[in-house]
Design a protein around this ligand. Structure first.
Ligand SMILES: [Ca+2]
Length: 471
């Protein structure tokens, strides 16, 4: 009697009863086809599975019939070793077409065997579909997570990143350490390591700008004025490049750097009653104050948006709703041309795109932070997210997934994930960060990180990882 691969399962934990074998087939038929059939009942717990394997030695064809059982999730090793399988009948089973069936979907595409209809019995949204026809299962059965990669023992406010000559750097404003901590990605250790320390006094912001292949870091301080440092390649460190004229700045809260046409600018948002948010312009020798914006408004954040080729600037403030400026080409200045109504007391504003549509994330310390959609000169509220002591709500994208990190000074910070069907952000994960002030995305060596700054603890670096749910 010929043995075949199925009998190898005899040693497994399944209880196999060999109920019929070759000699039970009519002699005439066996002679004609030189085929043998093995019929098994495989008992797995309370269930019994009927298996018939027909093997034809002449043409080396194997036909496997496991139809009309209650198979829900066949093992990915089920057909391993059955190289000569030419027919597979899986009809009448109770197949669960969840991620565990992904291998079967792929196998159906690659096998040369003739396979019966493989109908899904579940989950609910898959009922009645032919697995043979499907190309993907549940977002390709990929899930994601954020895991702690590294902690930096420094309290921090802003975090900014730049790349220079194939290396990736991060500039962290660390007020307690009195420095802009410059870190570099170490391609060998796979960690961020300290590269340089730009020392200062009460540093609240470190913003990098690369102009004509030169790296500058704008260092905003509460006391002692603000300065610009330049990367000195010979010394492999940053050296002071210029002092910024700050007569109108008294409490810098944010720095935003951007280009309009070929010209470089940065704006400092000033959050004191006595200060003025100020626009600075690059003139090939340095940055010089160019335009005063928004007097007496305790500004919290500036955001630059290039909308249909037109430069816009949004300034959020403690004392009124956010205002929108547009760049006026003839006067070469920003001109106020609108505001965002019903949005008092915004502490941070971030613009982001989801599939070419422009959105704004408006952070509020207490009450609801808001997601707004900006279409054809109209700004509409899309979603309200409860804020508990929130200083930052940061949109970001990894691997075509859109996230929103909403910080909290009182409780866990929330990571939200964009739901493409609902067109809303859904809760995704919580992370505990003491007094988060910024979330900054850094990608290097095909790895994605998010730096969570902390005003009262260590700066935490989370890595975005993907998980294959079909395994
Ligand atoms: Ca900003």
């Amino acid at each position: 009697m010929r043995r075949n691969e199925v009998t190898k399962h005899k040693g497994a934990s399944m209880n196999v009863h060999h109920t019929h074998s070759a000699h039970t087939l009519p002699h005439a038929r066996q002679a004609a086809t030189d085929a043998v059939a093995h019929r098994y009942t495989v008992s797995v717990g309370e269930s019994h599975i009927n298996v018939v394997l027909r093997w034809n030695a002449k043409d080396r064809r194997a036909r496997l019939f496991i139809e009309s059982n209650k198979i829900e999730t066949p093992s990915r090793y089920a057909f391993r070793g059955l190289r000569d399988l030419t027919h597979l009948d899986l009809r009448g089973n109770m197949l669960e077409c969840d991620c565990r069936a992904k291998w079967l979907m792929s196998w159906l595409k690659s096998t040369n065997a003739t396979v019966s209809d493989v109908l899904c019995a579940g989950p609910e949204d898959m009922k009645g579909k032919r697995l043979n026809d499907l190309a993907t299962l549940h977002n390709d059965c990929i899930s994601t997570d954020f895991v702690l990669h590294q902690s930096v023992a420094a309290e921090s406010l802003s975090v900014d990143t730049f790349s220079y000559k194939n290396d990736v750097y991060v500039a962290i404003a660390a007020p307690a350490a009195e420095s802009c901590l410059v870190m570099e990605w170490d391609h060998i250790e796979m960690n961020f390591r300290t590269y340089d320390n730009i020392t200062g006094q009460s540093i609240v912001g470190c913003k990098s700008v690369i102009i004509d292949n030169q790296v500058f870091v704008i260092v905003a301080q509460l006391f002692g004025g603000s300065h610009i440092y330049k990367f000195d390649e010979d010394q492999s460190k940053f050296t002071k490049f210029q002092d910024i004229e700050v007569t109108k700045i008294s409490k810098p809260n944010d720095i935003e750097a951007f280009q309009i046409g070929t010209e470089w600018f940065f704006v400092i948002a000033d959050s004191s009653k006595a200060g003025l948010s100020t626009l600075y312009k690059w003139n090939d020798k340095g940055f010089y104050s160019y335009q005063s914006l928004h007097e007496w408004f305790r500004d919290t954040d500036a955001e630059f948006i290039n909308l249909d080729g037109k430069a816009h600037l949004i300034l959020a403030s403690r004392s009124q709703v956010p205002v929108i400026y547009q760049w006026d080409k003839s006067s070469q200045k920003f001109v106020q041309n609108g505001e965002i109504p019903n949005m008092e007391d915004v502490v941070a504003v971030k613009a982001f795109y989801i599939k070419d549509e422009l959105y704004l994330a408006m952070t509020r310390y207490i009450g609801d932070s808001k997601v707004l959609k900006w279409t054809n000169k109209q700004i509409m509220e899309i979603q309200a997210l409860p804020s508990r002591g929130s200083m930052i709500m940061q949109p970001f994208t990894f691997k075509d997934r859109y996230y929103l990190a909403l910080g909290s000074d009182y409780t866990f910070s929330q990571m939200y994930l964009w739901d493409e069907e609902k067109n809303l952000f859904e809760k995704f994960k919580e992370a505990y960060i003491q007094a988060p002030r910024s979330f900054t995305v850094v990608s290097t060596d095909r790895r994605d990180f998010i730096f969570a700054s902390s005003f009262k603890g260590s700066t935490q670096i989370f890595e975005h990882i993907t998980i294959d749910l079909s395994l």
